[in-house]
Design a protein around this ligand. Structure first.
Ligand SMILES: Cc1ncc(COP(=O)(O)O)c(C=O)c1O
Length: 400
């Protein structure tokens, strides 16, 4: 524990409120698990300690701010942090190839919320241009949110089989393509379990054979969208190279916000072709799905972006990829079946005994093509080599 983390615990221990005691106890159990929380893409190295210090002294914690409204069309009604939200979008847009002045976006509640906006904006855009609803194409290895959202938004869904690496199979996409309906393609840029990255160029080459099909491309880059811009793989999430229309990135994964949040980015062209909802009491057109939105998560993301240099993010990203390679190599050395996709920080492997899987919070999966039960480790900022070594030793001991 660092000193600042310790301080919180010590301050609370002097408080006699039984709720504080109960919360302290619960926080203690969470803390104990933090350093071996390997199974999910969460950055446990929060950079928000100073933010909370500022917040508790600022008075803002005594006010209710709400970002109902458009960060690019700010109104003065509700207390809000829309100015900071807009700055977040304008800081992040260029990372993904959006030009300033042609970028629109919001800070979302989560990766799923970002995908919801991508699919909703894509559908509206296509309907506006073609008067037809699109078919949604996504791989069966993509995060389940796209399938749920196809259902929610009443879209015809084509679930495209994925290969052994967790990537959409282009030939299967071609077979599934409906020639007389517009296409809304969701590219998975980092599938949740295997870390496969859909081959946008191959799918686009198939679409290019069908110029009559109008296409909207949304990228689900919940985790990988955080770190890829700081690596040699940056072009796969850069729309000047891969021509996508919108992208969703999580804020609580790579960027380390301490509550679910994300970012949805698109172009002004897409934003300006949505269903107009002119809401008089907000004095605005409301293209986004939600009315009330968090005023706090934009501030946290703004704080993190302002206090982390490009060099820091690059070091974090390269470190994660390098440690993932190291883990794969270490598992190879002890003869434990393991796999790692090229742009990925997620090593997946034969599921270890339950005791180890539980200890490290490892999510289960299954693939008969790889011998059955699997788990993975998402090598985030807090997943250090020392901690990984302890894990590898435990797996080695379990082999006997
Ligand atoms: C690829 C991908 N997309 C979307 C999501 C959903 O993100 P959230 O949990 O922020 O809704 C996840 C979550 O792990 C994911 O891995």
């Amino acid at each position: 524990m660092t000193n600042s983390e310790n301080n919180n615990v010590l301050n609370n221990a002097e408080n006699e409120d039984p709720c504080v005691a109960r919360l302290d106890e619960y926080a203690g159990t969470l803390f104990a698990k933090k350093n071996r929380a390997f199974g999910y893409p969460i950055n446990h190295k929060s950079r928000l300690v100073q933010f909370y210090k500022w917040l508790s002294g600022s008075g803002l914690n005594l006010a209710m701010a709400n970002n109902a409204g458009d960060p690019f069309n700010i109104h003065d009604g509700l207390l809000n942090t829309l100015v900071f939200e807009r700055e977040v979008i304008e800081m992040m847009g260029p990372l993904y190839g959006f030009d300033l002045g042609d970028t629109w976006g919001i800070v979302t509640f989560s990766g799923t919320d970002g995908n919801n906006h991508g699919i909703y904006f894509g559908t509206n855009y296509i309907v506006k241009k073609t008067k037809q609803r699109p078919v949604l194409y996504v791989s069966d290895a993509a995060h389940y949110s796209s399938m749920r959202l196809a259902n929610l938004q009443n879209l015809e869904l084509k679930l495209i089989p994925s290969d052994i690496h967790g990537c959409m199979i282009p030939e299967e996409f071609e077979k599934a393509l409906v020639p007389d309906k517009p296409a809304l393609v969701v590219f998975a840029m980092g599938t949740t379990f295997k870390g496969g990255v859909d081959d946008q160029a191959a799918i686009n080459a198939i679409l290019a054979k069908h110029p009559e099909i109008p296409v909207y491309r949304h990228v689900d880059a919940a985790l990988f969208g955080g770190y890829l811009p700081y690596t040699r793989f940056k072009d796969v999430v850069y729309r000047k190279v891969q021509p996508f229309d919108s992208i969703a990135i999580s804020g609580h994964k790579f960027f380390g916000i301490d509550e679910p949040a994300g970012v949805f980015l698109t172009s002004m062209e897409v934003k300006n072709n949505q269903i107009p909802f002119e809401i008089s009491y907000l004095n605005a057109s409301m293209p986004m799905i939600n009315c009330s939105r968090s005023a706090m998560s934009p501030l946290k993301l703004w704080w993190i972006l302002k206090h982390t240099t490009k060099e820091d993010f690059t070091e974090q990203s390269e470190g994660m990829l390098e440690r993932a390679q190291w883990l794969k190599g270490a598992l190879d050395e002890i003869g434990w079946p393991a796999w790692l996709e090229p742009m990925s920080n997620t090593v997946y492997f034969k599921r270890p005994v339950e005791e180890i899987a539980d200890r490290y919070g490892l999510a289960p999966d299954h693939d008969d093509r790889l011998g059955g039960d699997l788990s993975h480790i998402v090598v985030m900022q807090h997943v250090t080599k020392d901690r990984l070594q302890v894990f590898v030793d435990a797996v080695k001991d379990s082999i006997g």
